[in-house]
Design a protein around this ligand. Structure first.
Ligand code: SF4
Ligand code: SF4
Length: 73
């Protein structure tokens, strides 16, 4: 059975994110990453194609820093 890609994708609101890494560990599709970017720790959707739009990361984020938005790719 083929997977129908969701029209939604996770988006991390940087101002609310404390980079705890919960969502990175939780995403079973390895779509998220925490890394140093220009000397600053950031958590972001590293691989948009892997995000299935399931919204589970949004539910486990302790700071409500993840929202589901319309897919751009
Ligand atoms: S769970 Fe929330 S606060 Fe923690 S890294 Fe992910 S987006 Fe940031
Ligand atoms: S919406 Fe689902 S697939 Fe996409 S990053 Fe969050 S947990 Fe992973």
């Amino acid at each position: 059975m083929f997977w129908n890609k969701s029209r939604l994708i996770a988006n991390i609101v940087e101002d609310r994110c404390c980079n705890c890494g919960n969502c990175v560990r939780f995403c079973r599709h390895s779509a998220l990453m925490t890394a140093e970017v220009r000397g600053k720790t950031c958590t972001f959707v590293d691989n948009p194609k892997r995000c299935r739009g399931c919204g589970k990361c949004m539910l486990i984020c302790p700071h409500r820093a993840i929202e589901m938005v319309e897919r751009y790719c």
